[in-house]
Ligand binder design. Structure first.
Ligand SMILES: *[C@@H]1O[C@H](CO)[C@@H](O)[C@H](O)[C@H]1NC(C)=O
Ligand SMILES: *[C@@H]1O[C@H](CO)[C@@H](O)[C@H](O)[C@H]1NC(C)=O
Ligand SMILES: *[C@@H]1O[C@H](CO)[C@@H](O)[C@H](O)[C@H]1NC(C)=O
Ligand SMILES: *[C@@H]1O[C@H](CO)[C@@H](O)[C@H](O)[C@H]1NC(C)=O
Length: 960
C-alpha cells in the first residue's frame, strides 16, 4: 500500500483512532448508510466540509465508500420508463389482437384474452388496451402503417423464454478447434476474475435456432471445470446493430457499463461456482480439496471486505490519517461483491454430499445462492436446501437428462414436482449446447408431463428463471412496463412440439416468413397428463433408484378394455388394424399373443378354460402399438456414460492403433452381442416407455465399429428367453472427423480396400474379411456413421464403384446424416437408407452445420423430405438416457411434418424402418414383435402412460 502520510494534514494524521476503536466506527457507518443520498448527493456531508485539509482523494474515497452500500436490483421507478435502453430506433410499435395471454402473474395462473401493445421495446398494454390514451395519434399511425397490427386469432402468447444456464457463444456451434471451448479456463480452480463475456462468439449458429425455439434471454455461464469459473453474463439472443458481444448484454453490471447505475441501485452481477466431479476431475482434486479452495478464496475476499469496511468507517467519520488507498484487488473484487450481496451465485452442484458442502459454505461466509444447477439429488434433500444462507436456492434442472455420470445417477423425472411440493422454486435449463436450447420449452413440457402443475411448468421457463437472474423486473412476465420479449405460439406451449409462429425481442420481430404448421385443435389446450403419484413417491422412498425390472403378470389371459386403436407390424410394415370410430374395443391377450379383438360381443369369453386367471386392464381410450426400437446410443453396452468401469469400453481401431495379433487379421469379428449388459436403468426406463428393443454397435471412437446386435430392453439378463433378439445385425463403421483419426480420404480408402479385396474370392491376404465379404455381397448391411454431405456423396460413389466390380448390391445405411438432405435425390437413386441421428438436427460440428432446421425456419423437415422420396428413413438418439423419449420424438416428427406423414409412417421411423436399416430380420420376426399398451391416449402424446408390454416372443405380458 502506498504511503500517503506526507500529504495528509497533521490533524487528520493524529486523529486516526487506535485499532481497538475501529469497531465503533463500523457501527457509525451502519447508521450513516441509511442516508447514502446525503453523502453522494453533495459530495461532502456538511459536517466534513468544516474539516479543513482533506486529502485530494477524499471526494473519490467518500463516493467509493458510499457506493459500497448500494444494493443490486432495479430502481423503484424502473417501470415508469416508456422506452427501453435496448430500444432500436426505427422499430415499429406493434399491436397484437385476439391473443390468449399467459402473463406470468398470480403464480403463473393469470390468462388474459385480448390485445398486447408494445412500443420502443417496452410492453405498454396487455389485455384491454386503451391505445388512444397511450398514443393519441394512434388511428393516424395505424393508417400510415406506423404501427404493426397483427391479428393472432386466439393464439397463445407468452413472455420470451429465459434460459438460466447456457454456454451459447462460449462453447460455440459448430465446435471448431479455434474456439470450441471458450467457457472452461484450465488455469486454476478458483478464477472469479474471468468473465464469460470475454469469449462470447457472436457468430454461433445457435442464436437463430434458439430464438426459433422461443429463447429470448439467456445467462451465459463459464463452464464447470473450475470451482469458481468466473462471472456470467445475461444476453438477449437477437443480433444488434453494433454486432458486438457487449451490445448483447442485458443490464450489464457496473464494471462493464454504468448505464444502469443509480444512486440507490446497480444491476445484479452473476458468478459461476461448481462443486463435485467437474472441478475435481480437471485438477486431480478431491471434494475436500475443492471445498478448501472455496473456503480459502472466500476467506481472502472476507479479509478484503473487512479492510474496506474499516477504511470506509474511517473515511465516513473523517479520520483520514494514514488511510492510504482504498483496499481492493481486481482479482477478488467479484467475490467481495458476493459477500456484499450484489452477485447472483449460480452453482453447478449435483449430489447430497456436494449440496451439503455448498450450504455449509454459504452459511460460513454468509452469502445466498441464487440457484443450484443440475442438482440431480436436490429432490432428495429439500430440507438441506432450506438451510442455505438468506433464502433457499432455486433448483435449475434438466427434465429427463440423467444417469450420464455418478452425480446424475439418482436423477428423477419427478424431481421437479417433488421439489415444488416442498416449496422450492424449480426452473429448467438447457446447459446449451449440452441440450439444444432451441428445445428448452420441451424441458418444461416434460416436467409438466411428469407432474409439475402447468402454471409452474410455464413459470419454470419464464418468470422463475427471470427471478433467478434478478431480472424479473423486465423479463419473464408479459406486463406493462416489461421488455417487449414475447412469443406467439402455434399451440399451447405445453403441448408437444409447440413452436413459435413469431418471436419478438425488444419489440423486434425475429422470424422472417415463419413457416407455421397447423396443429390438431386439441393442441390449443394444456395437455391432460397421467397421474404419476405412486412413481414420484417411489423415487424418494428408493433414493432415486426405484426397482424397474418389469413384473410379468401371473394372469393367463389379459383383457384390455376401452382400446381406442390397435396398430401392428405385419411383414415389416406398420398397419392400423383398428381405429375406433366410436365404440372402444377389447383386446384379448393369451400367453402374450392377441387372440381376439373387436367389440365386446365379437370376442366371446366363453372359451376361458376352467381355472384360467384373467386380468382386466382399462386403457381408458388408449392404444396398442408396436414396440419402438432405439439406436444410436451406448444403451445395452454401458450403464453410466462417464464411468468406464460400467461399460464395455472401446474397440481397437485398426486405422490408428495396433490390433493385438491374437485377434487375427480380421477384426470385424468383434461383436456387440458379446458385451451386452442387461437391466441398466436407461434400458428399463426405455422399456417402460414403450422402447422394447434396441440395436447397438460396439462402442468406438474411430473408423471401425464392429458387428451390431439387437436385444430386449426389458430382459433381466442375457440368458432369459428372448433377451438377445438377433445376435448379429449389421456391420458398423464411421467416416468423419474426430480427434486422432486419420484423414477422411484414408478412411474411405480403407473401406474401399476392405470391400473390394473381400469381394474378390480369388484374393487372399491381410485385407480380406469375412464380414466385409458379406457386406460386399449384400448379405448384411453396412451402417456408415457420417454427417457431412460431401462424405455421403463419396459413399454413394464408392457403393456404385464396388457394385460395378462385384455385380452385387450393397445394403448401405447412412446414420447421423445431418447434411444428407442435400442429396436426397441421389440417396434415393442409390437405394441407400438414412437414420437421422439426432432426429431434430443441430450444427454441433462443422460436418453437421448445414442443417435443415424445420418449422418455423423451414417448411421442410429432413424426415418428411426423405419419406417423400421413398427413402427408408429411421430416427436415432445420441445418449442412452434419451431412449425413453423416443415416443415423443416420433410424435414430434409427425407434428412437424404438418400432416404430410401419417401416423403409421411416423411409427415406422422408430420401429420397422429402423430395424430394416440396421439389419434386423423384420419379416421373419413378423408377429413376434412386442406390443405396447398405453392408457389415456396413443403412444405419442403427453396424455398417455405406457402401462404394459405384450410380448409374443416371450409369451408374456408385463404390467407396470
Ligand atoms: C456504479 O456502481 C458501482 C457499484 O456501486 C461503483 O463501483 C461504480 O463506481 C459506479 N459507477 C458510476 C459511474 O457511478
Ligand atoms: C402456486 O401454484 C402451485 C401449483 O399450482 C400451488 O401449489 C402453490 O400453492 C401456488 N402458490 C401460491 C403462492 O399461490
Ligand atoms: C452502455 O449501455 C447503453 C445502453 O444499453 C448503451 O447505449 C451504451 O452504448 C453502452 N456503453 C458502452 C460503453 O458500451
Ligand atoms: C414414391 O413412391 C410412390 C408410390 O410408389 C410414387 O408414386 C412416387 O412417385 C415416389 N416418389 C418419388 C419421389 O420417387
Amino acid at each position: 500500500m502506498a504511503n500517503w502520510s506526507h500529504i495528509l494534514p497533521m490533524n487528520a494524521a493524529t486523529s486516526t483512532p487506535p485499532r481497538k476503536f475501529r469497531g465503533m466506527f463500523i457501527l457509525i457507518l451502519a447508521s450513516l448508510a441509511a442516508f447514502p443520498f446525503y453523502l453522494i448527493g453533495n459530495g461532502f456531508p456538511s459536517s466534513f466540509r468544516r474539516t479543513a485539509n482533506l486529502p485530494f482523494h477524499a471526494q473519490h474515497s467518500l463516493a467509493r465508500c458510499s457506493s459500497l452500500k448500494i444494493s443490486a436490483g432495479p430502481p423503484a421507478n424502473f417501470h415508469d420508463r416508456t422506452e427501453s435502453d435496448r430500444f432500436v430506433h426505427g422499430t415499429k410499435a406493434t399491436l397484437l389482437h385476439n391473443a390468449r395471454i399467459w402473463t406470468g402473474e398470480n403464480n403463473g395462473t393469470e390468462i388474459l384474452h385480448g390485445d398486447i401493445f408494445f412500443d420502443k421495446g417496452v410492453v405498454r398494454g396487455v389485455g384491454v388496451v386503451n391505445l388512444s390514451a397511450l398514443r393519441p395519434d394512434v388511428d393516424l399511425m395505424i393508417a400510415r402503417g406506423e404501427i404493426n397490427v397483427i391479428d393472432v386469432h386466439g393464439a397463445w402468447v407468452t413472455p420470451g423464454l429465459v434460459d438460466p444456464h447456457s454456454h451459447l457463444g462460449d462453447a460455440s456451434s459448430p465446435a471448431l478447434e479455434g474456439a470450441s471451448n471458450d467457457d472452461n479456463s484450465l488455469k486454476g480452480t478458483i478464477q472469479p476474475w474471468l468473465r464469460s463475456l470475454d469469449g462470447l462468439n457472436t457468430h454461433d449458429e445457435s442464436y437463430p435456432l434458439s430464438i426459433a425455439g422461443g429463447v429470448t434471454t439467456a445467462l451465459v455461464l463459464p463452464g464447470s471445470a473450475n470451482a469458481i469459473g468466473g462471472q456470467a453474463f445475461t444476453i438477449k439472443l437477437r443480433t444488434t446493430t453494433e454486432r458486438s458481444p457487449t451490445s448483447m448484454l442485458l443490464e450489464p453490471p457496473h464494471d462493464i457499463n454504468v448505464t444502469h447505475n443509480t444512486t440507490d441501485h446497480i444491476p445484479w452481477r452473476q458468478i459461476k461456482h461448481a462443486c463435485g466431479e467437474n472441478p475435481s476431475r480437471v485438477y486431480g482434486d478431491t471434494r475436500m480439496d475443492t471445498i478448501w479452495a472455496f473456503r480459502q478464496a472466500y476467506d481472502k475476499a472476507r479479509q478484503i471486505k473487512e479492510r474496506q469496511d474499516a477504511y470506509c468507517s474511517a473515511v465516513l467519520t473523517g479520520q483520514w490519517a494514514g488511510l492510504g488507498d482504498f483496499p481492493e484487488d481486481l482479482q477478488w473484487e467479484a467475490l467481495v461483491d458476493v459477500l456484499r450481496g450484489r452477485v447472483r451465485v449460480q452453482t453447478h452442484c449435483y449430489e447430497a454430499v456436494d449440496l451439503d458442502d455448498l450450504i455449509r459454505l454459504s452459511n460460513e461466509f454468509k452469502f445466498p445462492i441464487a440457484a443450484v444447477h443440475h442438482a440431480h439429488e436436490a429432490y432428495l434433500v429439500p430440507d438441506l436446501l432450506k438451510r442455505a444462507y438468506g433464502h433457499p436456492p432455486a433448483v435449475a434442472i434438466f427434465a429427463t437428462t440423467a444417469r450420464y455420470k455418478r452425480e446424475a445417477y439418482r436423477g428423477s423425472e419427478f424431481a421437479a414436482r417433488i421439489l415444488s411440493e416442498n416449496g422450492l422454486s424449480v426452473v429448467v435449463k438447457s446447459d446449451h449446447p449440452v441440450l439444444n436450447s432451441r428445445y428448452l420449452l420441451y424441458e418444461a413440457q416434460q416436467v409438466h408431463y411428469y407432474g409439475l402443475p402447468a402454471n409452474l411448468a410455464l413459470a419454470a421457463v419464464t418468470t422463475l428463471p427471470a427471478h433467478v437472474l434478478g431480472l424479473e423486473h423486465r423479463v419473464g412476465y408479459l406486463k406493462e412496463g416489461w421488455d417487449a420479449d414475447l412469443i406467439i405460439w402455434d399451440s399451447h406451449p405445453l403441448a408437444l412440439g409447440a413452436t413459435p409462429a413469431q418471436v419478438f425481442i425488444d419489440g423486434i420481430p425475429q422470424l422472417v416468413a415463419a413457416h407455421v404448421v397447423s396443429k390438431p385443435k386439441s393442441f390449443q389446450d394444456i395437455p391432460k397428463v397421467p397421474n404419476f403419484d405412486r412413481e414420484a413417491e417411489e423415487a424418494v422412498t428408493f433414493e432415486g433408484l426405484p426397482p424397474l425390472l418389469p413384473e410379468r403378470t401371473s394372469a393367463d389371459v389379459v383383457i384390455f378394455i376401452n382400446v381406442n386403436s390397435i396398430t401392428l407390424s405385419r411383414r415389416g410394415d406398420i398397419v392400423e388394424t383398428y381405429s375406433a370410430a366410436g365404440d372402444d374395443v377389447v383386446v384379448v391377450v393369451r400367453n402374450g399373443e392377441i387372440s381376439c379383438y373387436g367389440a365386446e360381443a365379437t370376442c366371446s369369453f366363453d372359451d376361458l378354460a376352467q381355472g384360467e386367471r384373467v386380468r382386466v386392464v382399462d386403457l381408458q381410450g388408449g392404444a396398442i402399438s408396436p414396440g419402438l426400437l432405439s439406436y444410436g446410443s451406448p444403451l445395452g453396452l454401458q450403464e453410466i456414460e462417464a464411468e468406464q468401469s460400467t461399460g464395455d469400453g472401446r474397440v481397437f481401431d485398426p486405422l490408428t492403433g495396433q490390433v493385438p495379433k491374437l485377434l487375427g487379421d480380421d477384426i470385424s469379428i468383434v461383436r456387440a452381442v458379446d458385451a451386452l449388459q442387461f437391466s441398466s436403468r436407461d434400458a428399463l426406463l426405455a422399456y417402460r416407455s414403450g422402447v422394447t428393443m434396441a440395436i447397438v454397435a460396439p462402442l468406438h471412437y474411430g473408423f471401425f465399429g464392429g458387428l451390431g446386435t439387437s436385444f430386449s430392453t426389458g430382459a433381466a439378463h442375457k440368458l432369459v428367453d428372448g433377451a438377445v433378439i438377433q445376435e448379429v445385425t449389421a456391420l458398423h463403421v464411421s467416416v468423419g472427423h474426430f480427434a486422432s483419426r486419420p484423414s477422411i480420404s484414408t478412411q474411405i480408402a480403407a473401406l474401399r480396400t476392405l470391400l473390394l479385396a473381400s469381394a474378390d474370392d480369388s484374393v487372399n491376404g491381410p485385407y480380406v474379411s469375412k464380414t466385409f465379404r458379406d457386406v460386399a455381397r449384400g448379405l448384411i448391411p453396412v451402417v456408415v456413421e457420417a454427417h457431412s454431405a460431401d462424405v455421403v456423396a463419396t459413399l454413394i460413389l464408392l457403393k456404385k464403384d464396388v457394385e460395378e466390380k462385384t455385380g452385387a448390391t450393397i445394403r448401405m445405411t447412412i446414420a447421423g446424416a445431418t447434411e444428407a438432405h442435400l442429396l436426397v435425390k441421389e440417396i434415393a437413386e442409390a437405394n441407400i437408407g438414412v437414420i437421422l441421428r439426432p432426429s431434430r438436427p443441430f450444427p454441433g460440428t462443422w460436418e453437421q452445420r448445414r442443417v435443415l432446421p424445420g418449422p418455423p425456419l423451414s417448411q421442410e423437415t429432413a424426415i418428411a423430405l426423405f419419406l417423400e422420396h421413398n427413402v427408408t428413413v429411421g430416427i436415432g438418439i445420441e445418449q442412452a438416457w434419451s431412449a425413453r423419449n423416443m415416443r415423443f420424438d416420433v410424435g414430434w416428427a409427425a407434428l412437424e411434418a404438418g400432416g404430410r406423414i401419417s401416423k403409421l409412417q411416423a411409427l415406422a421411423l422408430a420401429s420397422t424402418n429402423l430395424e430394416k436399416l440396421l439389419g434386423g430380420n423384420v419379416e421373419s420376426a413378423s408377429g413376434t414383435s412386442d406390443l405396447v399398451a398405453t392408457q389415456g391416449g396413443d403412444l405419442f402424446s403427453f396424455g398417455s402412460e405406457v402401462i404394459g408390454i405384450i410380448s409374443p416372443r416371450r409369451g408374456s405380458v408385463d404390467l407396470f
